[in-house]
Design a protein around this ligand. Structure first.
Ligand code: NAD
Length: 465
């Protein structure tokens, strides 16, 4: 559904009026198109004294073909030389300053609260040079694993900084904190590429954990990372599911789309366009786990649990059947399917499971106790299964969409729909492709260091942490 308000304030007269009365003016978000570079524009790389990740970060940015800028040209040149890379390095202080498309800051060296001044020193000036739809990435350490109380405090403080900066930057820019555990520095590439690129258009204010991957990722094709891999997407015939199927297929996956028999026409149309395969199946059917385990007996690489429904009522008015039917679709059947696929050994090494949760599962929502229960349960599954699956080299993560423009949100009353769109740092709803791109990053062969994460795709919605 089109966002008429955003269209109006992006026009010249509408924009002038909005500025005069102080109304929000959501920026037109840049989105990835096939063949686009990772990022268009300069990336300023900086680090606090004692920064430990500059070498792998510089190598990743260099390999991704980024134009680099640094206040310490010599240091950056040395870092690139170690990675056997060469690049033109720009000085951000040079006269006639250029805009910066991204600010990447390694804060891993910060070990006490006094040293947080370095964060201020880096961002105070550079943030003003940040371009429209710019990107800010701060890298830190997991506070719980820090060696001293002082370091724990300082590293935890970075979360408040990034979440606030996300609310300040405006003009479609996003801000994230990436916490890197020991060994995770070798698994940063897919995350940095995703967060820098327009693929992460609707992801902001997130804290992402990257750990040492259970298995090395091997040779990578960044254009078609899913080539030779099979992906099952449930609820694929429309909305977010169709976008997930399309994104994974574009990047080389053989996509098997699943949906209820009532949507067989839509599903058939989609898989035909994508050169994929259809499974007409209700995931709550008693034989669904068994049928899927048989179909994927030769192996499955990516499993996306997207199928889901809402059946809104306040708890006092909610009949038992409404509660149970939703819980079966959104949570229990998915648990049974995972169990059957894992028991049958159908999920290959390097396998990826991604569950579609919801912001309601984090923040709660009146009239959605059933939905929020199921979506919080999905997060629980991710957290409980992540360590178990790591032993098999399989990762499991969740995405939690906020307000996404689909049939589901188009059916909302106008006042709720408008509030849903504007109550976020990006001041607009997301597109199904924003959820799809986030899932493609989590499912990426190079994302073996990311497991047990819950990533919100909500434009930094003001509700929930
Ligand atoms: P949608 O209703 O357009 O699509 C859901 C799909 O799931 C449909 O194709 C439907 O047929 C399928 N499905 C439902 N029950 C099924 C069953 N028993 N077996 C097989 N397939 C089944 O909804 P959407 O907006 O695209 O949502 C996709 C997912 O994203 C859902 O899990 C939803 O809860 C979640 N989500 C959506 C939003 C949003 O703003 N649209 C926000 C947060 C979370």
């Amino acid at each position: 559904m089109s966002d008429l308000y955003a269209q109006l304030v992006r026009s010249r007269p509408g924009g002038l009026l909005a500025r005069q009365v102080g109304l929000p003016r959501p920026a037109a978000l840049e989105r990835h198109r096939p063949g686009d570079p990772v990022i268009r524009g300069r990336v300023l790389l900086g680090g606090a004294p004692g920064a430990q990740l500059l070498e792998p970060i510089a190598a990743t940015l260099g390999q991704a073909g980024c134009e680099l800028a640094s206040e310490s040209e010599e240091q950056l040149r040395e870092l690139l030389a170690k990675a056997r890379l060469d690049a033109t390095i720009y000085n951000p202080q040079a006269p006639g300053k250029q805009r910066l498309k991204a600010l990447v800051y390694d804060a891993t060296g910060i070990a006490g609260c006094e040293q947080l001044a370095a964060v201020h020193a880096f961002f105070h000036g550079s943030v003003r040079q940040l371009d429209t739809c710019g990107r800010v990435i701060v890298l830190g350490r997991e506070p719980e694993r820090c060696e001293s109380v002082a370091q724990h405090v300082a590293q935890r403080a970075l979360e408040g900084f990034t979440r606030s900066l996300g609310k300040e930057v405006g003009r479609g820019a996003t801000v994230q904190l990436v916490l890197v555990s020991p060994g995770g520095e070798h698994a940063l590439a897919s995350t940095l590429r995703f967060l820098l690129s327009p693929r992460s258009a609707y992801v902001s204010g997130q804290v992402i954990h990257v750990a040492s991957p259970a298995l090395a990722s091997g040779e990578l094709d960044w254009e078609r990372p899913f080539a030779g891999r099979t992906a099952l997407v449930t609820g694929a015939s429309r909305g977010i599911g169709a976008a997930i199927a399309q994104t994974l297929a574009q990047e080389g996956a053989h996509v098997v789309g699943l949906d209820v028999p009532a949507l067989s026409m839509e599903l058939a149309g989609l898989v035909e366009r994508l050169g994929g395969e259809a499974i007409e199946l209700d995931i709550t059917a008693t034989d669904a786990p068994e049928r899927l385990a048989a179909r994927f007996s030769e192996g499955l690489d990516v499993l996306v649990h997207n199928a889901g429904v809402t059946r809104d009522r306040t708890i006092a008015k909610m009949p038992t059947e409404r509660w149970s039917a939703l819980m079966e679709i959104n949570l229990c059947s998915q648990e049974r399917i995972d169990e059957a696929l894992l028991d049958a050994g159908a999920l290959r090494e390097h396998g990826r499971i991604v569950c579609v949760s919801s912001m309601s599962g984090i923040a709660g929502n009146a009239g959605q106790t059933n939905y929020a229960t199921s979506k919080a349960g999905a997060i629980g599954r991710v957290q409980a299964l992540a360590p178990v699956l790591a032993e098999r080299g399989v990762t499991i993560n969740a995405v939690a969409p906020g307000f996404i423009e689909t049939q589901m949100t188009a059916a909302m009353p106008i006042a709720i729909r408008e509030a849903g769109r504007r109550m976020s740092s990006l001041r607009q709803g997301g597109e199904p492709v924003d959820v799809a791109e986030t899932i493609a990053w989590l499912a990426h062969p190079a994302s073996g260091g990311i497991t047990g994460n819950v990533v919100r795709v909500c434009g930094q919605n003001l509700l929930g942490a």
